[in-house]
Design a protein. Structure first.
Length: 276
């Protein structure tokens, strides 16, 4: 069985800590032959410390489904990139919504191209150094673009602006947190990463388990054999999940593993899975 969890809002408590109950449950799950890892919106540059905590025994999904990274070999097993035309969308956002923070991610670096209070906070929480580069000067293929702002109206205006861009059909867009909105390669989501990871490990999709809390988790919640939304999840995630469990502040991963171990949670053989 392959268990993949989202991190922020699901595995981590609200204070960004990992509970001992969760970590002990993960070790138990692995000791019984399970594969445990995570699928996150984060990039590998911010995941090294997390790997030391969780100690996954399989590669992890990153970039909201745009990559699979092997922490043992320290390399991408698979990844994809956005079209170079993404710069045109970023330029449009910069011109029409100048207060929104902008970040571009490549395989080697995370570039902060424009600051906002939300972007500064995001950088500090992620533990990333300030590598400032104008977005038009970023070299190498871009894996994803992240926008950040604290104002809900600004995020909604951003989503509308991007959806109406003449080249919008070449990309996918996702709200990954309350204050973050992202541009991803077309057809990429966490469900895609789950399927690719399961294929890589030789695990049937019906034997996959996932946990999430936000819009960017919906695709993998629909794709997995058993899916959980935490109690603090947004309505879209709860609707997509097979089960709703306790909140991220109540050691939700431990509760899920305990329920799986006792046979409370079952694979839904009739579940209509997303095409990934």
């Amino acid at each position: 069985m392959l268990f993949c969890t989202d991190l922020d809002g699901t595995f981590f408590a609200s204070d960004k800590t990992a509970s001992k109950e969760n970590l002990d449950a993960i070790e138990y799950f692995k000791s019984q032959g399970g594969l445990f890892t995570f699928i996150t919106g984060r990039v590998p540059q911010t995941a090294a410390a997390i790997c030391r905590q969780i100690r996954p025994n399989a590669p992890y999904g990153c970039i909201n489904g745009g990559g699979i990274f092997d922490p043992v070999e320290n390399r991408y097993v698979w990844n994809t990139h956005v079209s170079p035309d993404v710069v045109e969308l970023v330029r449009e956002v910069d011109a029409r919504l100048p207060k929104i923070g902008i970040q571009l991610n490549t395989e080697q670096e995370v570039y902060f191209c424009k600051e906002s209070a939300a972007m500064v906070r995001f950088r500090r929480i992620s533990g990333l150094p300030l590598v400032f580069t104008p977005y038009e000067e970023v070299k190498g293929p871009v894996l994803k673009v992240v926008f950040a702002h604290d104002d809900e109206e600004q995020i909604l205006a951003l989503a509308l602006l991007l959806s109406q861009h003449p080249k919008a059909a070449s990309f996918d867009f996702i709200r990954s947190e309350k204050h973050l909105y992202e541009i991803l390669p077309k057809g990429i989501n966490k469900g895609v990463a789950l399927k690719k990871l399961a294929d890589l490990l030789g695990v049937e999709m019906k034997n996959t388990v996932v946990a999430g809390d936000y819009n960017n988790d919906v695709a993998m919640l629909r794709a997995a054999g058993i899916s959980f939304a935490v109690a603090n999840a947004v309505p879209q995630a709860k609707e997509a999940a097979d089960y709703v469990t306790v909140s991220n502040d109540e050691s939700a991963i431990a509760a899920m593993i305990d329920g799986l171990d006792r046979g409370i949670y079952k694979i839904n053989e009739n579940k209509r899975r997303s095409e990934t």
